[in-house]
Design a binder for this molecule. Structure first.
Ligand code: ATP
Ligand code: MG
Length: 793
């Protein structure tokens, strides 16, 4: 072995090494958390390129999130350098988008064109509401959200509308199937897909076009899948299409199966509710004959105490294969437990611990994570973090791309990229307000339906629509002209940022916001500017990639000529700064992609996230909060063994994210759905051997606590209220003897009923002083400081 190959095997134990160098048949690496599965995958890619001379372009590696993909790509790049760029490292969804964009032209029967839009949750819900209204279904009985989920489950099982209708057992099932059929018809008519379609359509495409499948089988000689336990049936079928031994059905010479490696841990399967099927990992050897299974048993991430905690909990799940996971990192510190009075007390305690760890130089902020079961739980934590000035970042929650103004701007972009996208065209038809009312929209819709054309085409033929007021007609026509002008720009090949800039200007979107007196609109303009910056960065990146492609072409590729068709060798992602490429990037941004990258030199920020988002990550210090029955495990899971087992796996995932320190906390009373609720300790807490936990405070030791519920409530409320004399030297006295706080834009404030806010701007002075305060989801409020009980933080 040469020195570089040797290096790739360094720091691997024997079974890890075996997995890295394995040649030939399919391999399954199954192992508990932190045993180096992801490391093996990464090193194997390096090994393939460095030692076996595999062309990077013939490697397809699938990760669970885009963030994980970027990380893997950069790890491989640090092992083998630039050639890493030509690999496909992506999520299932991104890989499918790429396949569809390049192959749809050869499969006209699918009915999609390569410019298709990708609908996210909000779009699909909207589309489903239209369907339900159309079919006169009561949206109270048939919630769009529930139907969208139903459709999603069907698609994860690769069931077409016709198949669901065939299987329908009840009238209810039939209604669902009919809604699915109409939803799908409209999607296709809009030249759009939802997330589940990305996989399903790709599978259909490969299954029905052997020549395309063969092309990809020839291209991808190595397929590697991380987190295999969370693949659903459709994803499993995709892997089969690409990797199953006998392709069959194709014409011409068949090519042998690519080398497949999947890694996973059945104890970490936490997406059953989205159709993930652990069966995929359990049946691997059956599905891929000749498969070899490699077990990893040493954990390199955590201390023995943390591992013992995780093992103790997961052992309460029945029917799992026995695993012996061990660590030689030593016992380390005990798990630290805390029983809080309320969620606010819990948050305060967590923040204090973080503060102490940081001050004592034990941990950078970036090495600390706080987990919770549901997004809503972040609020109490955030309030305290802001109060104390602890730098943090919430992963998930209300996302930038879900803001109204951002969706409006993207609506324009999508309508431009894909004129058939009715949902987008209709979204922006009267945004900014241009006097096109519901009546005109309905007339356009009717005309489109009767002429069997898209909504956008109806706009172009507005002159032919009977019964429209002249004013409406003119407005629609000028909207049509606006879109035609912008589309001209797109068609001239303008980069995405130029198109966006033109949209913001020509549509009047920004002007309307600027003219508004609603202070929230100022923030909206800033957000649009931010979006423009995102587009500019995207375009700049696309050109960097282009440069690399050029460099690589100069040095020539190290292709393995016998193995690959010439045109596929070293397939390099083209520099693509187009609107379509930009929209694609945005559509695929996942929650977990928001994890901040470390800034060199700083202590970084504490990460707050749900347990689901934490999969695959690791942190020195982990806080598991809200350890209460009814919170975690979730109330919904308490009565159902299957769901309880999934919650327990989630606990296992949470515990095993910790390298050195684990904190577990619970609150005696927590407000849930607007009401204070007393929850018993999580059963998962009780499954941990108590000698492993050092309880800093237990319910039993809280004086006067086992009294009445009303006392608890009073107490939990008290902690919500601003405490002590908080108003500094203000400008004047208010009637109650309080001083008026002196505030500036950017100041953080607390209001007893609106909660935490940020001052957007101030006006006036003395008794007439006012401030506009952004209370997040509570909106922006204009408050007279003389009366508003605002506390400056
Ligand atoms: P999860 O199940 O949580 O996804 P995993 O099995 O993918 O975990 P990795 O993330 O690959 O585990 O590895 C866990 C940690 O252990 C990482 O920090 C990794 O660098 C380290 N590690 C893995 N193998 C070794 C080894 N042989 N020697 C030293 N450190 C290792
Ligand atoms: Mg991993």
């Amino acid at each position: 072995l040469d020195a570089r190959a040797q290096q790739l095997l360094e720091g691997l134990n024997p079974p890890q090494r075996e997995a890295v160098v394995h040649e030939g048949g399919p391999v399954l690496v199954v192992a508990g958390a932190g045993s180096g599965k992801t490391r093996v995958l990464t090193r194997r890619i390096g090994w393939l390129i460095e030692h076996r001379g595999v062309v990077p372009g013939s490697i397809l590696a699938i990760t669970f999130t885009n963030k994980a993909a970027a990380e893997m790509r950069s790890r491989v790049a640090s092992l083998v350098g630039r050639p890493a760029r030509a690999m496909w490292v992506s999520t299932f969804h991104s890989a499918c988008v790429r396949i569809l964009r390049s192959e749809l032209g050869q499969a006209p029967e699918i009915g999609l064109r390569r410019s298709f839009s990708i609908y996210d949750d909000t779009d699909t819900k909207r589309l489903m509401s239209m369907v339900l209204r159309d079919q006169n279904l009561d949206t109270k009985r048939f919630a769009p959200r529930a139907l969208v989920n139903w459709v999603s489950n069907a698609k994860n099982e690769l069931l077409t509308p016709a198949m669901t209708l065939e299987r329908a057992e009840s009238g209810n099932d039939q209604l669902h199937a009919a809604a699915y059929a109409e939803y799908q018809r409209r999607l296709v008519a809009a030249n759009a897909v939802d997330f589940d379609d990305l996989i399903m359509v790709t599978v259909t495409l490969l299954a029905s076009h052997p020549e395309i499948r063969e092309e990809y089988r020839r291209r991808f000689r190595h397929v590697l899948v991380d987190e295999y336990q969370d693949t659903n049936h459709a994803q499993y079928m995709l892997v089969r299409e690409l990797c199953a031994p006998a392709a069959g059905g194709g014409s011409g010479p068949q090519i042998g199966a690519p080398e497949l490696m999947v890694v996973g841990d059945s104890d970490q399967s936490i997406y059953a509710f989205r159709g993930a099927d652990v069966g995929n990992i359990l049946d691997f050897e059956k599905d891929f004959p000749g498969a070899r299974t490699i077990l990893l048993e040493q954990n390199y991430r955590s201390t023995q105490t943390i591992l013992s905690t995780a093992n103790a909990v997961i052992q309460h799940n029945s029917g799992r294969p026995a695993k012996r996971l061990w660590s030689d990192a030593g016992d380390g510190e005990a798990v630290i437990g805390y029983t809080a009075d309320s969620e606010h007390d819990e948050a305060r305690w967590v923040a204090e611990q973080i503060d102490a760890l940081h001050d004592q130089g034990k941990s950078d902020y970036r090495d600390i994570a706080v987990f919770y079961r549901t997004n809503a739980q972040s609020r109490a934590l955030e309030e305290v973090f802001i109060r104390l000035g602890l730098p943090y970042r919430v992963v998930g929650g209300v996302r930038f791309y879900e803001r109204r103004e951002i969706r409006d701007a993207l609506g324009y972009l999508r309508a431009l990229a894909n004129p058939a996208d009715d949902v987008s065209v209709r979204r922006v038809l009267n945004v900014p307000k241009r006097g096109i009312g519901a009546r005109a929209e309905a007339a356009l819709e009717l005309f489109a339906a009767s002429e069997q054309i898209t909504f956008g085409q109806a706009i172009e033929r507005v002159e032919e629509i009977p019964g429209l007021a002249t004013r409406s007609r003119n407005q629609v026509a000028s909207f049509g002209a606006l879109m035609a002008g912008l589309r001209g720009l797109v068609e001239s090949g303008a980069p995405a940022d130029d198109v966006l800039a033109a949209v913001l200007k020509d549509s009047g979107l920004v002007d309307e916001l600027k003219a508004s007196t609603d202070p929230q609109d100022e923030t909206r303009v800033e957000n649009l500017v931010e979006l423009l910056a995102v587009a500019q960065e995207f375009v700049a990146q696309a050109h960097t990639l282009d440069l690399d492609a050029g460099l690589r072409a100069d040095t020539g590729s190290n292709a393995d000529p016998g193995e690959l068709a010439d045109e596929l060798v070293g397939a390099m992602p083209e520099a693509d700064d187009s609107l379509g490429a930009f929209l694609e990037r945005i559509a695929l941004v996942a929650d977990s992609d928001q994890i901040p990258d470390a800034e060199p030199g700083s202590s970084g920020v504490v990460t707050l996230m749900t347990l689901h988002t934490a999969k695959g990550l690791e942190f020195d210090t982990v806080f598991l909060t809200g350890m209460e029955d009814g919170v975690f495990p979730h109330a919904r899971a308490l009565a159902e063994t299957g769901e309880l087992a999934e919650e327990r796996r989630l606990a296992y995932v949470g515990v095993t994210r910790a390298r050195r320190r684990l904190f577990v906390t619970r609150a005696l009373v927590r407000s849930m759905w607007g009401k204070p609720q007393a929850n018993p300790p999580s059963r998962f807490l009780e499954e941990i051997p108590q000698e492993l936990i050092d309880w800093r405070r237990t319910a039993g030791r809280i004086a006067g606590w086992q009294t009445t519920a009303s006392a608890r409530l009073a107490d939990s409320r008290r902690s919500l209220e601003p405490s002590g004399p908080v108003f500094g030297t203000g400008r004047g006295q208010v009637p109650g003897g309080r001083t008026i706080p002196s505030l500036d834009a950017g100041d953080r404030v607390m209001h007893p009923s609106f909660g935490l806010g940020t001052v957007v701007s101030t006006k006036g002075s003395g008794d007439s002083a006012q401030a506009d305060v952004d209370f997040g989801s509570g909106g922006i409020k204009r408050l007279a400081l003389r009366f508003a009980p605002l506390e400056k933080l």
